[in-house]
Design a protein around this ligand. Sequence first.
Ligand SMILES: NC(=O)N[C@@H](CC(=O)O)C(=O)O
Ligand SMILES: [Zn+2]
Ligand SMILES: [Zn+2]
Length: 346
Amino acid sequence: MTQSLTLRRPDDWHLHLRDGEMLEAVLPETARHFGRAIIMPNLVPPVVRGEDAIAYRDRILAALPEGQSFEPLMTLYLTDDTDPEDVAEAHRSGLITAVKLYPAGATTNSASGVTDMDRVAGVLEKMAEIGCPLCVHGEVTRPEIDIFDREAVFIDTVLDPLRRKIPELRVIMEHITTRNGVEYARCGGDNLAATITTHHLVINRNDILVGGIRPHYYCLPVAKRETHRLALRAAAMSGESCFFLGTDSAPHPDRAKLSPCGCAGCFTAPNTLSILAEVFETDGCLDALEGFTSLFGPAFYGLSPNEETITLTKGDPVEYPETISAGEETVTLFDPGFPLHWRVDA
Ligand SMILES: NC(=O)N[C@@H](CC(=O)O)C(=O)O
Ligand SMILES: [Zn+2]
Ligand SMILES: [Zn+2]
């Protein structure tokens, strides 16, 4: 029996597009299905000032194939030296949608991130005043903290104190991976939301490590034990508007993933919607998909949902390529490990 499902066109509230040949290769994969995306600023060098964001936005729009429409929602990369006035001006002019906090050393290209929250207090106060949201990579980097505890410790020792100090600041806890993150976001009131990735609904830490190491499942924050994955799944399907999709699709050349020090990131842009439809259906929650992919994100960011719709049709398993090419490089798609029956109609 064929079934179909029509949704408002989704948005991706956390996306890495990179630059150059990688940008050209991955942008069409997102623009095919998504109307808008929050564009991560962790380029090398990072997108720090308003003028960097203008230049990056122009490169993205120039790389968009004819016939595709897509709106990049730009962000600035917060550093110890970010100027509050530069942020205010970029926000006032509509250039940026949010500012991104990377604790220095927490993840890919975060070396220029924040070393001490006190140093950015002035910018964060300014952002609270003007209503500019803060997207947060929520992991501590203290070497003594176990990698599996870094999100929970961040919530207790950095995020909660920050929100008590500046309660008006709108915060998005990005790519949450723990029950702790779910519970904190759920009780955070109107100024707090959390994004959840596709891959964290699918894999737990065993999938990375049991029976051989699977570098393509390695991302940050690293997938946790099964109880946490189940909490994320329940949150995504709960219909609570504080949880919405941020794929964190993070392409890296296979050469860089399959190395003795492989880098973190899962590339999910091409098959995300097929995977999400499959997992929401498996849990009997297809009705909750549209809120998660298309409604709650815009509502939190004060935007309207997209006018257009997309339709997914259920049928024989859809074949996605194992890899896509980016110049001379290949990038491997995230493999959910189960057949995908929902295809996005062209
Ligand atoms: N998620 C990841 O594992 N990697 C992201 C960085 C990030 O979002 O933390 C990347 O830029 O590759
Ligand atoms: Zn991150
Ligand atoms: Zn990311």
